[in-house]
Ligand binder design. Structure first.
Ligand SMILES: [Fe+2]
Length: 309
């Protein structure tokens, strides 16, 4: 990477060189994986010793496996219930608003509440409802703001990626059994560094759409080489992986069943998917860390122009 910059190439020329040469792209990508490269300095917060131990062990597991579970992350049943009500209410209101929206409309703003509902394309919208809370664009309900203000998630993510960070936005998601079907697919969210914290608001077992993750696949660069370069070259944000390829990378599938209040921390560069909802529903609140100031993200942001990856 330094040689590309030393050669005095413009960002657009660097982008073109990397798109044309998968091996060069991979050598740069591999270099940028090093979390000891020059990055903004994280000043660690201090916590009471029991929480400090959980923060540290969760960050270490997240860095190593790409996934870490913190059982009983939220213990206040009233807070969990309030968050469930918010996500459920969002589903009802979003269905009403989307019913009169054009078919290609993927986002709609609820003027009464200032919330933003979003959905996938026509083939990917059965069985799932989403509400996005953006800090600068909407009124955030107090229960969601309480989770947002919690210092623990940002500290875990910060220690795993060695950068200071905070959530970029929060997503409420309700997955439910839907007679129209249920499209679930293995994928990597994007090729830039990003992490999510998924807080379960319902008890989740094998029947109500547990999250699945292939541990270690956030780092399986050689195996993901073609996938990474393909999505980079085409400026594509959401990287789908066939089931066959998903099973060929990594050695196990972790199925994240758990109790309401548990939190799943994961690196979205690892291969993951929700599973089918056969019964009932499940709700989660996702804290998204999309703006990590890692060396990798700063490099890609500098060269991407209008591309989106
Ligand atoms: Fe994802």
């Amino acid at each position: 990477m330094p040689s590309l910059i030393e050669q005095g190439k413009s960002p657009a020329e660097i982008l073109a060189s990397l798109r044309a040469n998968a091996d060069l792209f991979m050598s740069v990508y591999r270099h940028l994986e090093d979390r000891n490269l020059e990055q903004p300095v994280l000043r660690q917060r201090s916590f009471p010793s029991a929480i400090e131990a959980k923060v540290e062990s969760t960050a270490a597991a997240l860095e190593r496996d790409g996934i870490a579970i913190w059982p009983g992350f939220i213990t206040d049943p009233e807070l969990i219930e309030e968050l469930r009500c918010i996500v459920y209410r969002a589903q009802i209101r979003s269905q009403r608003l989307f019913a009169t929206a054009a078919d290609d409309e993927l986002r709609v703003v609820d003027e009464a509440l200032g919330w933003e509902y979003c959905r996938g394309g026509p083939a990917a919208r059965a069985g799932i409802a989403r509400v996005d809370f953006w800090p600068d664009r909407c009124r955030v309900p107090e229960a969601v703001a309480r989770v947002w203000r919690d210092a623990r998630p940002a500290e875990v993510i910060g220690r795993a990626y060695r950068v200071p960070t905070r959530p970029s936005h929060v997503i409420g998601e309700r997955v439910f059994r839907d007679p129209r079907g249920d499209l679930v697919g293995w994928h990597v969210d994007r090729i830039m560094d990003q992490a999510k914290v998924m807080i379960l608001l319902d008890d989740v077992d094998e029947l109500n759409a547990p999250f699945r993750y292939r541990p270690g696949t956030h780092r399986a660069l050689e195996e993901k080489k073609l996938l990474l370069h393909h999505y980079f070259s085409h400026g594509i944000f959401h990287c789908e992986v066939t089931a066959q390829n998903a099973m060929a990378i990594g050695t196990e599938t972790r199925v994240c069943t758990g109790r309401a209040g548990d939190a799943v921390f994961f690196d979205t560069g690892g291969i993951h998917s929700r599973s089918v909802c056969y019964e009932g529903a499940r709700e989660v609140l996702n804290l998204n860390f999309s703006d990590l100031p890692t060396a990798k993200n700063r490099f890609f942001e500098a060269i991407r122009g209008d591309a989106w990856f």
